[in-house]
Ligand binder design. Structure first.
Ligand code: COA
Length: 324
């Protein structure tokens, strides 16, 4: 018995922001952004595209593909760092929005690794109780958590959501395994504060605002090394050869990180799915958006082994293997 992906879905906001649009608000250029990141455009949410609504639309699309009704979902897990409210969770809003009346729902925060963490969690629920049907969603409106005056960060991130429906199936289809890692010692290299505390004793000395802060160069170095290590540890754990992997669907951080990873692992670039040029870095949403795009473009066939890998704030990183 395996935990299979029964359907995938994604939703991207309608408004597309180009590098030329960014040239008008900060001191940057299309050439600089493309050379350093590979990003050309990103989607930016507008009215009616709050994080939970992006998530709900991605979920409905995944449910349709799976042929599963929302009322048959037992659990909704949303990986996000940019919910429109701190409480209730984004997952509770999704539950309400799609009418998943019997599901319990909660969010997890593992930054850009959130989807891989949530997938592993859902796999373990289903292994313990094969009757369960679970929606795992990655959803972000990072445009609401970006300092639009900071050219180091605002060029990188975008909004969107991706979702998968998981359920038990007979045979060897499904999640093969995962390896997850964290290192809180490195938190300051990539972080985001909350709003200032209401308790004066707990006030930060100078609240920098609720937006992403990043040491780009350091993050770059760690990201490549960490994803490579997670992938090699997972392949070793599951006794799967890298050659047996049909498609790598990585967290879409930026093209240079992904090219470096490809070079270090020695895999063919054609085996790596990249769409960061269109959507930028959508944090927890990037892997399920890419997975849905690859799936709908028939880049993944039944029986293929798909490798996911991620890196994000925390630091958090990990990898997962799925037999499709
Ligand atoms: N446009 C033009 N110039 C920019 C710029 C922008 N948007 N952002 C920074 N610069 C400038 C810097 O001010 C610096 O100028 P200086 O040399 O005059 O001081 C110069 O470009 C080089 O800056 P640096 O930060 O060293 O650039 P870099 O080559 O490291 O590229 C990143 C910056 C952010 C693209 C790169 O570090 C990166 O990709 N990091 C990983 C980020 C990431 O993926 N984070 C999410 C992980 S989940």
């Amino acid at each position: 018995m395996g935990t299979a992906i029964l359907g995938t879905g994604a939703y991207l906001p309608e408004r597309v922001m180009t590098n030329q649009d960014l040239e008008k608000i900060i001191d940057t250029s299309d050439e600089w952004i493309q050379t350093r990141t590979g990003i050309r455009t990103r989607c930016i949410g507008g009215k009616g595209e709050e994080t939970y609504l992006l998530a709900a639309r991605a979920a409905v699309s995944a449910l349709e593909m799976a042929g599963v009704s929302a009322v048959d979902i037992d659990l909704i897990v949303v990986a996000t760092i940019s919910s429109h409210m701190l409480m209730p969770s984004c997952a509770c809003f999704v539950q309400k929005e799609i009418g998943a009346s019997k599901a319990f729902a909660y969010d997890i925060n593992a930054a850009c690794s959130g989807f891989v963490y949530a997938l592993d969690l859902a796999d373990k629920y289903i292994q313990a109780d094969p009757g369960k049907k679970i929606l795992v969603i990655g959803a972000e409106a990072l445009s609401s958590r970006t300092n639009w005056e900071d050219r180091n960060t605002c060029i990188i991130f975008g909004d969107g959501a991706g979702a998968v429906v998981l359920g038990a199936v007979e045979g060897d289809r499904g999640v093969i395994g995962a390896r997850l890692f964290s290192d809180g010692n490195l938190w300051s290299l990539l972080h985001m504060h909350t709003a200032p505390s209401c308790n004066p004793e707990l006030l930060q000395s100078a609240s920098p605002g609720v937006h992403i802060v990043m040491e780009g160069r350091e993050v770059f170095k760690y990201a490549v090394k960490a994803m490579e290590e997670a992938i090699l540890a997972l392949l070793e754990q599951e006794q799967v050869a890298l050659d047996a992997v049909s498609l790598v669907v990585p967290h879409q951080a930026n093209v240079r990180i992904l090219n470096k990873l490809v070079e270090r692992l020695g895999i063919g670039a054609e085996k790596v799915f990249i769409n960061v040029q269109k959507y930028g870095n959508t944090s927890a949403a990037s892997i399920p958006i890419a997975l849905d795009e690859a799936n709908r473009a028939s880049r993944i066939q039944a029986g293929d082994i798909v490798l996911l890998c991620s890196f994000g704030g925390g630091f958090t990183w990990g990898a997962a293997l799925i037999r499709w």
